[in-house]
Design a protein around this ligand. Structure first.
Ligand code: GLN
Length: 286
């Protein structure tokens, strides 16, 4: 075993190995992997550099460093990711929550000022991160998360419990909202929106580790929006709001699909990079 067994030396060694492999987030990743196996944080590395690390932990750390060097994202190695300041477990059937998607939560908060939603629906909930973040923000609301993957739903349920919203959330397996017989005030979705032709060009970290079910949006990337917008009337309340994350070039198409389904697009919100990111649709007046 080449890995040093003193905390600070270990950290420096891991960091150097990751830098050598061209990993840009080397320091952060090294710290997160140390914390996973030893519980020691950055402050411990600084304050107690001589702490001895147990052999068993070193073996696990070495395995994880190899996974990282082979291109596995650190969130997959840890099995968790932070989103909206909350911790979420992820697995091979959930998309790794992206910081970009926090914008959907932010727009939901802005759109609902003065009229807090009582009922929230998340279509394609995955890890449950969007729904759970919203339930934390709207303490009187109840929420439903739907996903095609049972394994993702298991993780979403765990995350709801971990983040203490399990009593206000239910998760179901289904094809979008087809099994619902209730209408919602707020509908959110980050559906799969990458076209088939683009999938092979995605970064390896995405292609190899995010589930295809959460990415692939058919030949034109719009299949999910088409399917949802066709039926959404059945489960959006009069005066309700629907917010969809979209791909950078999908603004016009999603606006057209919404209008064809009889909805008015209230706004299209752009992210910090100036790209259209969230389409904000309303269903009539309250
Ligand atoms: N934003 C994700 C990506 O860039 C795609 C997520 C999705 O299709 N909903 O990989």
């Amino acid at each position: 075993m080449k890995f040093p067994d003193q905390l600070s030396d270990l950290y420096k060694y891991m960091q150097a190995e990751l830098v050598r492999a061209g990993i840009q987030t080397a320091s952060q990743d090294a710290r997160m992997i140390i914390q996973k196996h030893t519980g020691y944080e950055w402050a411990d590395i600084i304050a107690s550099p001589d702490i001895k690390i147990k052999k068993e932990a070193l073996i696990e750390i070495e395995k994880d460093i190899l996974r990282r060097i082979n291109g596995e994202p650190v969130s997959r190695i840890l099995g968790e990711r932070e989103f909206w300041g909350l911790k979420f477990k992820i697995n091979e059937e959930t998309l790794d929550p992206r910081p970009d998607t926090e914008m959907l939560v932010e727009i939901a908060l802005r759109s609902c000022v003065g009229k807090q939603p009582q009922t929230i629906l998340d279509l394609g909930t995955g890890s449950g991160c969007i729904l759970i973040a919203l339930l934390k923000e709207f303490p009187d609301a109840i929420g439903v998360g739907i996903d095609k993957s049972l394994s993702a739903l298991k993780i979403a349920r765990y995350n709801a419990k971990y983040n203490e919203v399990e009593e206000r959330s239910s998760f179901f397996c289904g094809f979008w909202g087809q099994a619902l017989n209730k209408k919602f005030d707020l509908i959110v979705s980050n559906p799969p929106y990458i076209s088939n032709q683009i999938i092979p060009t995605l970064p390896k970290e995405v292609q190899n580790y995010d589930p295809i079910l959460a990415l692939e949006g058919g030949n034109d990337g719009l299949k999910a929006y088409r399917d949802i917008l066709k039926e959404i009337n059945a489960y959006i309340k009069q005066g309700g709001i629907a917010l969809f994350e979209i791909g950078y070039d999908q603004q016009k198409d999603v606006m057209r699909l919404a209008e064809e389904s009889g909805f008015s697009v209230r706004d299209v919100h752009h992210d910090f990079a100036g790209q259209a990111r969230v389409v904000d649709i309303s269903c009539g007046d309250k």
